[in-house]
Write a protein that binds this ligand. Structure first.
Ligand SMILES: *Cc1c(COP(=O)(O)O)cnc(C)c1O
Length: 464
């Protein structure tokens, strides 16, 4: 029996000649198909050799073997970095790519990436230009800053600022602001890597102006204020006001550096979110150098934006580190195009997905949730679907206490476990990532993009 089955295992050549495998070969490199076939055959042989005599099948199922091969080829041939549907309600989802770029900039992005461009070329003089010129004047126009520089991300921005202005000297930071951001950005470690020496002042919950004043001495290069992005110290607390801190720094003739984390060019409190100083407010309150991320609340590509006085930014441009932290043309292109939208306050909310999702009112989400709930109900008795009132999150370590009231649809399958359902949704060609609460799937419509609710219904129908 075992011998017959082993003898019946098809040869690689026979499988290659199979009609379905031939179809695969039209789209997939031959080497990849061959590799998968060899592995599948060796696994099958292994299985037939090791399984108990009475568990052996009566005959080999060739079509099942081909199906396995074809699924595995599909899986390996697909993109590893690919689109997903985010139904978690976390808007700036760092694991799912943080901010979505505005669809209106897609064509420009394609053109600049797939054709030659003015990356480091000055069309007026016909000579070499600099890659940083594309966004610097726009950033200055939008924020009133004297000069600007863009690097790989905000972590790089903080590192570059400290390395340029503070290496070999001391930097004063409040103990309440020694932040760790997801992905191992820790203020003390960044400080050490930049060559600056961290001088901690105050306590976890309270730091006074006199604490800063006492710590500033001959070797002090700057005071650094770090936005406590992803946590809050509540209760008996006090922080020194920016105005007072900046007064002290200027008296002592040292710059006040502020790591804003998210950094935003618009005031989100007008849409009901918590009040956070905008980049412009932070600078007018006295920050001499500010840094923030491009892909958090700004809603652009991953980048670290540095604004400040021209002499300091010039010094940063000359730092060798800048070459190592430099941004590529796709980032610059996406950043310029995103920033351009900020010239028109209407365009910001209409076109920048992160801003749109963060400012959308709960009542405007309800119709989409209702529609999805009805569509899932219409699939029949396999699912139980209900409207579910809950809260979305800003994400990206920004506004950790902010709960954005939202509408979701909660779904349970009559027989399949919720766990199995979430796995199946993730395993699709267009994966769907949802939240699970009390053994029910939760689809938060705030982060579900146009056309994606239909895809959720399609997926649930396939899994019935
Ligand atoms: C997010 C954040 C960072 C890191 O920014 P990246 O752009 O992710 O490198 C640094 N500091 C603060 C305060 C942050 O919130």
């Amino acid at each position: 029996m075992r011998k017959n089955l082993l003898r019946a295992i098809p040869k690689v050549d026979e499988l290659i000649a199979n009609e379905q495998v031939q179809e695969l070969l039209e789209f997939v490199p031959r080497n990849l198909v061959l590799e998968v076939i060899r592995e599948a055959l060796s696994e099958l042989r292994q299985l037939l050799v090791s399984v108990e005599e009475d568990a052996l099948p009566e005959s080999l199922d060739l079509s099942a073997l081909i199906k396995t091969i074809s699924e595995e080829v599909d899986k390996r041939n697909g993109y590893h970095l690919k689109r997903v549907i985010n139904a978690t309600g976390v808007v700036i989802h760092t694991n799912l790519g943080r901010s979505l770029l505005a669809p209106s900039i897609a064509q420009h992005l394609t053109e600049v990436s797939c054709y030659y461009s003015t990356l480091e070329y000055d069309l007026e003089t016909g000579k070499r230009g600099t890659r940083y010129s594309h966004v610097e004047s726009l950033l200055c126009e939008l924020t009133g800053a004297e000069a600007a520089l863009v690097v790989n991300n905000n972590a790089a921005a903080v590192m570059l600022v400290l390395s340029t202005l503070c290496a070999g000297k001391e930097v004063v930071v409040s103990r309440g602001q020694l932040v760790e951001i997801g992905g191992a950005f820790r203020v003390p470690d960044v400080m050490r890597a930049s060559g600056a020496e961290l001088i901690e002042v105050g306590t976890t919950n309270k730091t006074h102006l006199r604490d800063y004043a006492a710590a500033i001495g001959e070797r002090t290069a700057a005071v650094l204020k770090v936005h406590t992005s992803n946590y809050r110290i509540l209760g008996f607390t006090s922080e020194v006001e920016m105005e007072a801190l900046s007064g002290l720094c200027h008296e002592k003739n040292i710059p006040l550096i502020e790591d804003l984390g998210s950094g935003s060019l618009i005031d989100f409190s007008q849409f009901g979110l918590m009040k956070e100083p905008t980049v412009i407010e932070s600078m007018s309150a006295g920050a001499d150098v500010v840094t923030f991320s491009g892909d958090k609340m700004l809603g652009g590509p991953q980048a670290g934006i540095i604004l400040g006085r021209k002499n300091w930014i010039d010094a940063m441009k000359k730092n060798q580190l800048t070459r190592a932290l430099r941004v590529d043309k796709m980032t610059l292109c996406a950043l310029e195009a995103t920033l351009k939208l900020y010239r028109d306050p209407e365009a910001v909310r209409r076109e920048i997905p992160t801003v749109r999702m963060l400012t959308e009112q709960q009542a405007d989400i309800l119709p989409r949730a209702t529609e999805l709930q009805m569509q899932i109900e219409a699939l029949g008795t396999a699912y139980e679907a209900a409207l579910y009132e809950t809260a979305s999150e800003v994400g990206g370590g920004s506004l950790p206490l902010e709960k954005l009231p939202t509408w979701a649809v909660s779904v349970k399958h009559a027989e399949q476990s919720t766990q199995r359902l979430t796995e199946a949704l993730r395993a699709r060609r267009l994966p769907i990532v949802a939240r699970v609460t009390e053994d029910r799937l939760i689809f938060d419509l705030r982060t579900v993009q146009v056309g994606e609710a239909e895809e959720i219904v399609r997926a649930l129908r396939e899994l019935m």
